[in-house]
Design a protein around this ligand. Structure first.
Ligand code: ATP
Ligand code: MN
Ligand code: MN
Length: 389
């Protein structure tokens, strides 16, 4: 039976990289619920379960209409029994008991707060939770050993909790552009991550930097960060050197999402504009040079200052890998994961942010643009704004 009106559901492809997923969709009342269960599964180190819930949520994001009944889901892929039970309950009762009890649970809330600290992953947060710690304040109070990244995370916790707006991202873009062009004229800078997908807010701002003359980009990051430091614009930075060698690494390892570009996880000091700054008088009292990094995690009090802390990721890519890096750093995370799964399972290829390797032909497939990579993979091109899987 093929009743009319089900055609979109019947045509729904099963890999997220085969579908268009806009930023705004019609089923957040369901996807938010499923993503809470996905998040909770991640906190409990159950990746398989987490991905299953995320895939289910992602399918609903691609629907052109709000789901009204279980009938609407009949032909959809990726909806397991558990996800269907949750959706059914929400459709019938307005909410799911499992989702609500998860949302209310102490473990979920504490894990969310602790993994929300820059530099704190699930494993560390889980250990702290089992030791009875509940908040960033508890970490300071009990004198926990924190690495440099986590110290910065605690110090700027309140600022880093606040979403970064597109307007702030644009100001950061100007700062990065100035820095990069000061140290390497001709370099190209591209806004990546959520903002490239059209998001209006983000948890950070991501940039990819390259230079058309291959080799010019080598060792660029320390020059950029030094320039920014001299200008007093950096509150924290950790640079990791490029460790990618095509010959040694062999085919891209499909299992790992981590790439090997020269990269910098940083925290920028962003002056609040005159318009958005309520207490500009306090601004001059606080200076970036007053003992940053040397002090413990004394908290920065955002409301009292004329600036805020913003997380920024910088990545430098050789020109020949730029298309792969662009694709890999645009996201969404699920879209990336599905691209790699598609490549491996359907095409016997291995995709990373550096390269695409064809195991059948035993060769690397070159690409200058994202379009060429989609074509190599036998996929219709999906523009960044439709990769919000
Ligand atoms: P948000 O608005 O929350 O920042 P986002 O989509 O920009 O959302 P990010 O965590 O900033 O999320 O990641 C942006 C992209 O960079 C994602 O596609 C992700 O796959 C990629 N990415 C993030 N961290 C790494 C990493 N360590 N190695 C490789 N790729 C990464
Ligand atoms: Mn981001
Ligand atoms: Mn990022």
């Amino acid at each position: 039976p093929k009743p009319n009106g089900d055609s979109t559901a019947m045509l729904m492809k099963s890999y997220a990289c085969q579908r268009r997923t806009p930023l705004k969709h019609h089923n957040s009342f369901l996807t938010e619920a499923l993503e809470i269960l996905a998040q909770n599964a991640e906190y409990n180190d159950n990746e398989g379960r987490s991905v299953a819930f995320r895939r289910a949520a992602s399918v609903l994001k691609a629907l052109p209409r709000r789901v009204r009944s279980m009938q609407d889901l009949r032909w959809l892929p990726c909806l397991g029994d558990h996800s269907q039970r949750v959706i059914k309950e929400i459709l019938e009762d307005g909410s799911s008991r499992e989702v609500e009890s998860t949302r209310q649970s102490e473990q979920y809330q504490v894990m969310k707060a602790l993994t929300g600290i820059f530099g704190v992953g699930v494993r560390t947060a889980d250990r702290w939770f089992r030791e009875g710690l509940r908040s960033p304040d508890d970490l300071i109070r009990t004198g926990q050993q924190l690495n440099r990244e986590q110290q910065a995370g605690v110090q700027y916790y309140d600022d880093l909790q606040k979403p970064v707006t597109k307007a702030e991202a644009d100001v950061i873009s100007d700062m990065v552009e100035k820095a990069v062009h000061a140290v390497l004229p001709g370099a190209e800078i591209q806004l990546m991550g959520g903002f490239r997908r059209g998001k209006e807010v983000g948890h950070d701002v991501d940039f990819l930097i390259t230079h058309p003359e291959e080799g010019k980009e080598e060792g660029l990051m320390p020059k950029i960060t030094n320039w920014l430091k001299e200008q007093g614009l950096l509150l924290y930075q950790k640079t990791t050197r490029n460790s990618y060698l095509e010959k040694m690494d062999g085919p891209a390892r499909a299992s790992s999402n981590m790439d090997r570009f020269e990269r910098c996880f940083s925290i920028f000091k962003l002056q609040k504009s005159a318009a958005s700054c309520k207490s500009s008088s306090a601004a001059s009292a606080e200076d970036v040079s007053t003992g940053r990094e040397s002090e413990g995690p004394a908290e920065h009090h955002p409301e009292a200052s004329g600036w805020r802390a913003v997380r920024v990721d910088l990545v430098v890519s050789p020109y020949s890998q730029f298309a792969f890096a662009t694709l890999g750093w645009t996201g969404s995370k699920l879209f990336e994961r599905e691209l790699r799964r598609w490549a491996g399972q359907e095409k016997h290829m291995s995709l990373s942010s550096h390269a695409l390797y064809d195991s059948k032909q035993n060769l690397y497939l070159r690409a200058k643009t994202e379009e060429e990579i989609f074509a190599h993979l036998g996929l219709e091109f999906i523009p960044p704004s439709e990769r919000n899987a």
